[in-house]
Structure formats: structure tokens, C-alpha cells
Design a protein around this ligand. Sequence first.
Ligand code: NIG
Ligand code: FE
Length: 433
Amino acid sequence: ATRRPAARGDMAGGHRLLLENAQQVVMVCARGERFLARDALHSLAVLEGASLVVGTDGFIKAIGRADAIQTLFSEETFEERIDCSGKCILPGLVDAHTHPVWAGERVHEFAMKLAGATYMEIHQAGGGINFTVEHTRQASEEELFCSLQQRLQCMMRAGTTLVECKSGYGLNLETELKMLRVIERARRQGPIGISATYCGAHSVPKGKTATEAADEIINNHLPKLKELGSRGEIHVDNIDVFCEKGVFDLNSTRRILQSGKDLGLQINFHGDELHPMKAAELGAELGAQAISHLEEVSDEGIAAMATARSSAVLLPTTAYMLRLKQPRARKMLDEGVIVALGSDFNPNAYCLSMPMVMHLACVNMRMSMPEALAAATINAAYALGKSHTHGSLEVGKQGDLIIINSSRWEHLIYQFGGHHELIEYVIAKGKVI
Ligand code: NIG
Ligand code: FE
């Protein structure tokens, strides 16, 4: 057996997990970098013939050459050991953008899009987000929680150990809170790590203007979130707005994001997707941690994001599904923007797999495999403000990692599908899940 539980009683003072003698351990970065940009992306930190130790606290205790680890830990006990000969160890993947809490099928809209309808045509006809809002308002909290759990399970099987989860299919306070409670419950339950995003400005509710919707969010939703946060009931990390022509204009977007920032939330929003909105410029000005989509970002917006260190969360599934023009990943990378990736899982882009996302990023957005892996690990963790604890395999970081049954790490990206067989173990905080 390659996976050996140690005898009980053996564990006192020992360690949680020993991963022995991997062909490659892809640390991604090795000097405490909080993100990788420019030249740092060309050669990720990779050890050959290496082992890794996770402590009982779930954090990485040691990484190094297999013989050195063997000598150092020869007297130690472990709860579990896995022989990784011929396999690769990589950081758990980080999905920096998802909408995983919703009810109601939209497969019929996929058929409409295949027949030529655009995203905005469907949205303006009452479909799209509004369709999902109606169904999510009607769904029970339990139903939403069960479907979220299934989706998170599926993400974990594809290697994701940290994921951003948005609300945004409620729009009214009652349903937004219902969604955030569901996300909170999943976060407490684990084992997947969750960064929670309040996205009450995902669409303008029927009968309201964007300005009225922004007022409602600023005057009613955000104070309630603050109250629930201070009582320790719901923890929200990020604030999001869908800044788009016909949805939230630049001024409403600015007001909402600034109010969220004033409450201590990280700014992480949808911008410059279908029309150039100067969202990137606004995000950089407000100190956004992340801006997603950016298919229509301007040159000035790219330069401003690089300077402000606002990361770009690129979503290859959206451009693919909607046949949009691709975001200019190469230009962003060349200008020094911190590029991250997300699945954008939602009823429009039904994708739960970061390996598929990395593959699309390489083929359609012309990223290299090291760039894509960094974007789905350390840089995605940066987009969530968590790259001090997540996103690379370094001593002191959380023991979130995957073991793939291949002697070359690039197989995780090269392969188009079939990842459930390739990914042999997914480990969160040192525990096999
Ligand atoms: O990121 N663009 C806005 N929001 C989602 C789509 C949500 C939906 O269509 O339900 C996105 O692609
Ligand atoms: Fe989105």
C-alpha cells in the first residue's frame, strides 16, 4: 500500500503527514513572494526527488530533498505517510471567482446562445441573472446549501482547495443574507477554504435604477452586513459589483465599492467585460485587490492596475462560452499585472474545474504553463488577500496540496479533461479529502 496509516498511540509529539520521494514538488515560489509577475513567472520553484512534511496543526513543516528529510525526520512519527514515487506534488488550486450558490437550470439559455443569442439579449429579455434571481429567492436555505456542497465537492475533486464564493442572486437583503449564510455554513464546515464575497450589485432589480439600487445597498445592506459581522454571524471578505453598460455604471460602482471598503471589505469586482467602462482605472484608484473579466480593458487601465498591484482575475470560460474576444493576458503579463485565474462557475459558465481553466488560458489566452499555474495558485491567493498563507508550498503555509499520478507536473494543464483520474489525492490542512 502506498498510503499507510501509522499505528494509533504512535502519534504523540509527531507530525500529521509525510509525503515521500515525489518526482517533482512544485513549490511555485520559495522566497515568501506574495505574488509572481514578470520574469518571476518564467521559472517556478520545482524540486526533484523531494519530500514534504505537514504538522498536526495542518501547516507545512519541511520541504526538501528526500534523503535530507529522511535523515531529519527519521526519529519522528507520522499519522500518515504517502509514497509519492513517480508522482508530483503541487499546491492546492485556488479558484478566484465563482458564483456557486443558486437554484434554477439555465441549460435552455446555453441552447439559445449556441443558436446565436448574446448574453445581453438574454439578460435584457429577463433571462440570465434575473432568471436565476427568481429561482434563488424561492429556494430554501437547505436546498441552496445542499447544491453548494455538491458543487464544492466537485471543485475539490478537480484540485481546488481555496475558492472565492459570491452572493448576488438575491439582490434584495433577505435573499442576499440567505446566500451569505449558506456560504458561511460551508466555510465553517470545510474542508475547502472559502473567501466570501457580497455581490448584491450583481444586477439592477426590476423597477429600480442603478442609483436607487446603489442607495439601497449602501444604506441598508452594508450596515446589516457590518452588524452581522461584528456579532460573528456572517464573515464577508470582499465586495463586488457588476460594472457594465446597462447594469451598474461607473459612478454607482464607485459609491458601492467605496462604502464596502470603508467597512473593511476588499474590493474585488466585475469590470470591462462586455464594454470598455474604465473599470480597471477605477479599481486601481480605489485600491482594488482584484478586478475580474477585463475583456475590454484599456491600455491605461492595464498600466494603472500594474502600478496599483490590483490583480486581474481572468476567466477563460466566459470568453469561451460566450464567444467573446479574449482578455489581453499577454499584454497584462508583459506590463507586470498580477494575473490570476478563476472558473467563474455560474449558470452561464458551468465549469467547476481549474485544470480546464488553466488549459483554456494557455490555448486561448496564450499563457505559458508556469504562468497559468502561478495564476491558479499564488496569484489567485493574492487576489483573495490570502497569499501569505495559501498558494504555494513553503514552510509555514497551510498544507493544502494535490498529488498527481504523473512524473511531470505539466500534465495537470496539458490534459484536456480526465483530471479525476490524474489527481490521486487532494489534501486540505494536511488531511486527505
Ligand atoms: O461573471 N458577468 C456577470 N456575472 C457572471 C454571470 C452571472 C450569470 O450569468 O448568472 C459572470 O460571468
Ligand atoms: Fe462572475
